[in-house]
Design a binder for this molecule. Sequence first.
Ligand SMILES: NC(=O)c1ccc[n+]([C@@H]2O[C@H](COP(=O)([O-])OP(=O)(O)OC[C@H]3O[C@@H](n4cnc5c(N)ncnc54)[C@H](O)[C@@H]3O)[C@@H](O)[C@H]2O)c1
Ligand SMILES: O=C(O)[C@H](O)COP(=O)(O)O
Length: 527
Amino acid sequence: MFKVLVMDGISDMGIQLLYDAPDVEVEKKNGLSEDELVAIIADYDALLVRSATKVTDRVMAAGSRLKVVGRAGVGVDNIDLAAATNRGIVVINAPDGNTIATCELTFAMMMSLARTIPQAYKKTIGGEWDRKTFVGVELRNKVLGVLGMGRIGSEVARRAKAFGMEVRGYDPFLTEDRAEKLGVKLGTVDEICRVADFITVHTPLTSETRHMISGPQFEIMKKGARIINCARGGIIDEMALVEAIDQGIVAGAAFDVFEQEPPRADHPFLNNPKIIVTPHLGASTVEAQENVAIDVSEEVLHILRDEPFKNAVNMPQVPANVLNTLQPYFGLGLKLGALLGQTIDGAVSEIVVSYSGELTGVDTAPLTRHIVKGVLEKQLEGVNIVNAMHLAKSREINIVVQQSTAAKTFTNLVSVTLKTKNEERLMAGTLLSGYGERIVQIDQYPVDIAPAGNLLLISHTDKPGIIGKVGTLLGTNDVNIATMQVGRKVIGGQAIMILTTDKQTPTDVIAQLEQLPELTKVRELTL
Ligand SMILES: NC(=O)c1ccc[n+]([C@@H]2O[C@H](COP(=O)([O-])OP(=O)(O)OC[C@H]3O[C@@H](n4cnc5c(N)ncnc54)[C@H](O)[C@@H]3O)[C@@H](O)[C@H]2O)c1
Ligand SMILES: O=C(O)[C@H](O)COP(=O)(O)O
């Protein structure tokens, strides 16, 4: 039974999938401190959070069963991603579910700024009928600058067009083609600051976007501009903004997010009549909360059940078509890595993976991760596809990936070579239509083995009687041979023998085999 801890008031309707799952037990808790979370997290396989819970390295270190942290929302700045990767914990988010909610809040903010609705409301309910102070501006024919043209920024741009606004966008990853389709004119941050009547930010908070709008931008800003931040506190320099308002450069600002949340009671935004604030409500609609909780629950179930998943934040994204092509090879890759890893002694210094046939032209990185996981898992604890590459890198294992279009006997071939200081071994496998996974080459020898069960890999000198000696020794020790193959390049030269046995070969029998003078290496390979 998988145990899932759900925090931060995530929508019950959205996590119904988890409640309904026969293999999942759900517990809901709110407002736990880091210490309280550390004290209980060892009981859970999955942790679901919004932005309130800080998932620190300490929390993950205590989560000995933790496989996945699910963020019911977009931003993962409350989760220590590097620590999660290090510990092999998958972090997933729900990037699409709250786009519209946040876009609509941005518009609500923009219209509130244009028409000073919160200020007018406050006076009116206070008994004042003030029709002179609150003369607003229209959105039509105004320039809107959108910094960050991803999901939310693009939706904001679309709606702004419907309001008759001219939209200028800045996003280093936005192509001219897409900008044209959205009806957005591209510009730099400074160009946008000079001309925009409204500026809204929709980037993540990164070292590049921190204080993206600060003193120098306010200096060149069009007089009377209005600023909106429904993305992340810190993208706009809060103190510089207050100064720009005091200097009459900025006419008003609307913030849903703060550098520190909740802001201190004496934060200068909280008593400034030109600044509208909300308590990080961008994603807080019934629909968005259901959407993100459904998305994250589906992904958590996939991860717990070892099924393919797509929204991992601490692993590269894999497009669905690529995943579909690679999926059948994951098992083969894992087995090739695991078997080969057991054939060598000493530290691996290099893993060379070569793909050919129908695997060429495909982004095979996810398959390489499975192979590396296979190689490392017999030596290291806690290796998984999230941390395999990271662990290899931290052990200075060089990973070389090659793709070859050269015509081969097989329609697809995955070949893996492991190198240590003293030796080099190769194993290649293929997916044969109707037969499934086959190992078709070990070192320079062609073979045909189904990678399953108990395998004995024996390197020996090709001499008459060796096969008989091995068979007799195994037979007298009650180890039944299911299949046997031998490979050699020249008569009397080096050769290999691969046996599949019905049960594991006891270690003392392996020791007896090793005593046979013709055998140079005996390895039991298990999966
Ligand atoms: N207020 C809320 O409750 C709320 C709700 C949802 C999302 N958000 C926040 O809004 C932000 C955007 O969300 P999204 O779903 O649109 O994300 P997204 O990933 O779809 O879009 C972000 C965009 O920012 C761009 N970008 C990155 N670095 C940039 C830079 N240096 N300059 C300009 N653009 C840059 C990216 O290319 C991308 O297009 C995120 O930080 C998210 O956490 C806040
Ligand atoms: O990044 C997000 O998805 C938003 O900031 C929403 O955060 P929340 O789930 O805590 O409302």
